[in-house]
Ligand binder design. Structure first.
Ligand code: A5P
Length: 217
C-alpha cells in the first residue's frame, strides 16, 4: 500500500474510535473516508450515519452500517471527512471529488467536525484551484461573473443535487476574501473553502503515528 494510503487508513482508524453507539454521524467522501467506512464495519457501533455522497452511502450500506437520509435531523453529533489541503490557519480546501456542497452542509450541522488526512495534505498555504458547485441554470453567465477563471471540470460524476463542478484558478493568498467573493456570485451553490470556524480538529497521520491538531474553540 502506498505510504499516503497507509497514513489515510491510520487517521481513519483513529476517527472510527470516536463513533459511539447512539450517535448520528456524518460521513464525508473520498478515499480516506473509504478507510473510515472499512474501520467502522469492523467496530459496528450502534450509530446511524448520514452520507455526503451516493458513493459513500453505497459503501456504508454495503459495510452493514445504518445509513439514513439527511432529513428530519437538524444536528449531528459528529462528522468525519477528508480534505485536499489543510493550511496552518485551519482553512481547508475540499471538493477534489466534487462533493463539497453536501460535505459543508454536514460539517456545519455537526457538533464536532473531525478532518482525517495523510501528512501530505498539510500545506504552508492553500493552492488553487478551488472546487465550485454551480447551478446549471444560467451557468455561462455565472462563469462570466467569475471572470473566466473557473472552467467546468470534465469527467466527474454529476453531483447528486444536479449542480455542475468547476475549478476556480484565482489567487488564494487570502482565503477569507476569496470565500466571500465566491459566495457573493449568484449561481455559485458552494465553494470548497472551509473556514477554521467549522473545524473541531484534524487527525493527521504521519508514518505510524497520528497527531491531533486542534481547530479554534
Ligand atoms: C470530496 O469532494 C473531497 O472533499 C474529499 O473529501 C477530499 O478530496 C479528500 O479526498 P481523499 O480522501 O480521497 O484524499
Amino acid at each position: 500500500m502506498p505510504a499516503a494510503d497507509a497514513e489515510k487508513r491510520l487517521a481513519a482508524r483513529a476517527a472510527a474510535g470516536l463513533v459511539e453507539s447512539g450517535m448520528t454521524v456524518g460521513l464525508g467522501t473520498g478515499s480516506t473516508v473509504a478507510f473510515l467506512v472499512e474501520a467502522l464495519a469492523e467496530r459496528r457501533p450502534e450509530a446511524r450515519f448520514v452520507a455526503t455522497s451516493p458513493r459513500t452511502a453505497a459503501a456504508a450500506r454495503e459495510a452493514g452500517l445504518t445509513v439514513v437520509p439527511f432529513r428530519g435531523i437538524d444536528r449531528l453529533d459528529l462528522a468525519v471527512d477528508g480534505a485536499d489541503q489543510v493550511a496552518p490557519s485551519g482553512w481547508l480546501l475540499k471538493g477534489g471529488g466534487g462533493a463539497h456542497t453536501r460535505e459543508k452542509v454536514v460539517a456545519a450541522a455537526a457538533d464536532r467536525f473531525v478532518v482525517i488526512v495523510s501528512s501530505d495534505k498539510l500545506v504552508d498555504a492553500l493552492r488553487p484551484p478551488v472546487p465550485l458547485e454551480l447551478l446549471a441554470f444560467g451557468v455561462d453567465a455565472t462563469l462570466r461573473a467569475l471572470g473566466g477563471s473557473a472552467p467546468l471540470r470534465a469527467g466527474v460524476p454529476p453531483p447528486p443535487d444536479r449542480g455542475l463542478i468547476a475549478d476556480y484558478w484565482g489567487d488564494l493568498e487570502d482565503p477569507e476574501a476569496v470565500a466571500l467573493r465566491l459566495s457573493a456570485v449568484p449561481g455559485v451553490v458552494e465553494h470548497g473553502l472551509f473556514p477554521p470556524t467549522l473545524l473541531s480538529e484534524v487527525l493527521v497521520a504521519r508514518g505510524t503515528s497520528v497527531e491531533r491538531l486542534l481547530g479554534p474553540e
